[in-house]
Design a protein around this ligand. Structure first.
Ligand code: AQP
Length: 332
């Protein structure tokens, strides 16, 4: 089977609807058709300061949410990034293959470091995309299911894989992004031209899956739309309404065109009320399932231990080949 690899940060506690619709939902689908590796990327998390106890708790919480979302440890390999030391080891090799200017062009670093203030941004945040390169190449992944914001990092991964293969001989699979057009970018409900993000200026437009469903319903009902009244899919002209239609379509499996027909002659209020109910119906069992996994940390930890073992077997082989190609003397 073709292989997929992806990861999610354990930083925010709850996943948000953008994480779920843009990435995790595809992970669940792809475990049926692919040899799938999914990880909680705690090494990435510490590119910004983390409280140690919180990081540990959030790592378990992220794994619990992935299982609640439908990842099945029998069908995929689910693990924690720091349990597989090869990630940091391959990242060093990749760091040494990356141009400083090339790394400086990563727009996510520019955005995030600008937000933090250039002096406070760490070197880790700067090299984060290169760690991501190592994450992907270690597993010889064919495809990487992510949201649109990660496209540039997948491009960098392709460039570095090709560079390494050219310089040292065929070693790495050159991966392709797997980004579904419909859900590539879910927008903030209060600012529908901005990506839904945990680091938004206000939490009002951010749908966290683990929030109180009543509060979530309220956020959906107060989503920003426009002064027109027609319910139509037009991301340029009507970003707010279009975002709501995208979310509804994905959560219900109804094509957007059918939704638009169904809302002919109806007001925005009807769309928001219906969507609030749909979102609540989705998050309510998700919260319960997440809590069930959290209530049984032994099972959770043993799933992650098995996942790490499976992941290490693959990662160690790729790292050994890489070290050999680079010219490191084998330890006898
Ligand atoms: N709004 C989004 N629409 C579609 N996909 C999204 N992703 C994130 N936001 C959206 C995708 O979710 C996956 C995990 O991303 P992450 O680990 O970077 O999660 P995050 O840091 O919690 O994401 P945020 O909210 O975007 O945080 P900031 O703004 O701080 O970076 C990825 O595949 C991502 O594309």
């Amino acid at each position: 089977d073709p292989r997929v690899l992806s990861g999610i940060q354990p930083t925010a506690g709850s996943f948000h609807l953008g994480n779920y619709l843009g990435a995790v939902r595809q992970w669940v689908a792809l475990q049926e058709s692919h040899d799938a590796f999914y990880m909680v990327v705690d090494l990435h998390a510490i590119t910004v300061p983390q409280d140690p106890a919180e990081l540990r708790a959030n790592t378990r919480l992220a794994a619990a949410q992935l299982l609640a979302a439908g990842l099945d440890p029998e069908r995929c390999t689910l693990f924690v990034q720091s349990h597989v030391p090869e990630h940091a080891q391959l990242a060093w090799v990749m760091n040494c293959l990356t141009g400083f200017g090339e790394a400086s062009r990563m727009t996510q670093f520019k955005d995030k470091s600008a937000k933090q203030g250039a002096d406070r941004a760490t070197v880790g945040l700067f090299t984060y995309p290169i760690l991501q390169v190592a994450d992907i190449l270690l597993y010889q992944a064919n495809e990487v299911p992510v949201g649109e914001d990660q496209r540039q990092h997948i491009e960098l991964t392709r460039d570095l894989a090709e560079r390494f293969n050219t310089r040292f001989g065929d070693t790495f699979t050159v991966p392709a992004p797997y980004i579904l057009k419909e859900t590539a970018k879910i927008y903030d409900l209060q600012d529908p031209t901005a990506k839904m993000s945990k680091s938004a200026a206000t939490p009002k437009g951010l749908i966290n899956l683990l929030d109180d469903p009543k509060a979530t319903a309220k956020k959906v009902k107060s989503a920003v739309t426009d002064t027109d009244t027609v319910i139509r899919f037009d991301p340029e002209g009507k970003p707010g309404v279009s975002n709501l239609l995208t979310i509804m379509s994905t959560l219900t499996g109804t094509p957007v065109d059918d939704l638009v027909k169904g809302y002919e002659g109806k007001m925005y209020g009807a769309l928001k009320t219906d969507l609030a109910e749909i979102v609540v119906d989705f998050v309510t069992p998700f919260r319960t399932r997440t809590q069930e996994y959290l209530d049984d940390p032994e099972t959770l930890d043993s799933i992650l231990a098995k996942g790490a073992e499976k992941a290490r077997a693959v990662a160690a082989e790729t790292l050994a080949q890489t070290y050999d190609k680079v010219g490191f003397l084998p330890a006898k």
